[in-house]
Design a protein around this ligand. Structure first.
Ligand code: ADP
Ligand code: MG
Length: 247
């Protein structure tokens, strides 16, 4: 469902700051239905990778293919269409405080030209699904962090995407909300036949929510595989980090 081949991204030098290679020859393959964790320390290129999967950022080299379409070859109009198949959620939720919860979830449908009635029905149905059926008319400021992220998830899913990109989606949440948002993401991936890329700096998130995992370090993939396999593979950088240190 998602394939990156030889993807590099260099941000050019600017006054006082040298050029930065955020991604260096990255390959990634995520099969349909997987929850793929991408884990790495701060500055390792995770957010750049997320933004490259929907081409918010253009790679300096390499190709990005989502659901069989090579995004890196598309013109603006075709790319717009392809992006509707890719939802994204963020650490800071990025909700509009001036809008109700329902109107936030409707927004992407509004932008896509979906009629009012259909928008309402779809948004209400999604909010019900994420457990916020009683908060349609609330404003984001009245909600907890976990509830806001649920609104973010409902909004991302409104255009019926096949792929969901989550960039540090639980990093601003307390442990209880984190657990319930991760459980929700797993359930939705299965029920809605999604493919989910879960980007995080926390190994614990990988252990709880992902079936596959890729480790990024300084813009390079240093380890990747099915969670169970990497945990059992001795000497793998991921296994070393995923397993608790010996007592
Ligand atoms: P992470 O999400 O893993 O913390 P990022 O992808 O945000 O890492 O950043 C990777 C590297 O690329 C960092 O060194 C960061 O400073 C740099 N970087 C990210 N975005 C830009 C940008 N728009 N311009 C210049 N450098 C950037
Ligand atoms: Mg980041």
């Amino acid at each position: 469902m998602i394939t990156l081949q030889h993807v590099s991204k260099t941000f050019p030098a600017r006054r006082r700051s040298p050029a930065v290679t955020a991604l260096d020859d990255v390959g990634l393959r995520v099969e349909r239905g997987q929850v793929m964790g991408v884990v790495g320390p701060s500055g390792s290129g995770k957010s750049t990778l997320a933004r490259i999967v929907n081409l918010l950022e253009r790679p300096s080299a390499g190709t990005v293919t989502v659901d069989g379409v090579e995004l890196t070859t598309l013109g603006a109009a075709e790319l717009d269409r392809a992006r509707r198949g890719i939802g994204m959620i963020f650490q800071q939720f990025n909700l509009l405080d001036s809008r109700t919860v329902l109107a936030n979830v409707e927004l992407p449908l509004e932008l896509a030209g979906v009629g009012r009635r259909e928008r309402r029905t779809r948004a209400a149905e999604l909010l019900e699904r994420v457990g916020l059926g009683d908060k349609l008319d609330a404003h984001p400021a009245q909600l907890s962090g976990g509830q806001r992220q649920r609104v973010g998830i409902a909004r991302a899913l409104a255009p019926r995407p096949k792929v969901l990109l989550c960039d540090e989606a639980t990093s601003a949440l307390d442990p209880v909300s984190t657990a319930s948002v991760l459980a929700l993401l797993r359930t939705l991936t299965e029920e809605l036949d999604l493919t989910t890329l879960l980007i995080t700096h926390e190994m614990d998130v990988v252990k709880r929510a992902c079936d596959h995992v890729t480790l990024l370090e300084s813009g390079r993939v240093v380890d990747s595989g099915a969670l169970g396999d990497v945990v059992r593979r001795p000497g793998s950088p991921l296994a070393t980090r995923l397993l608790p240190p010996p007592a």
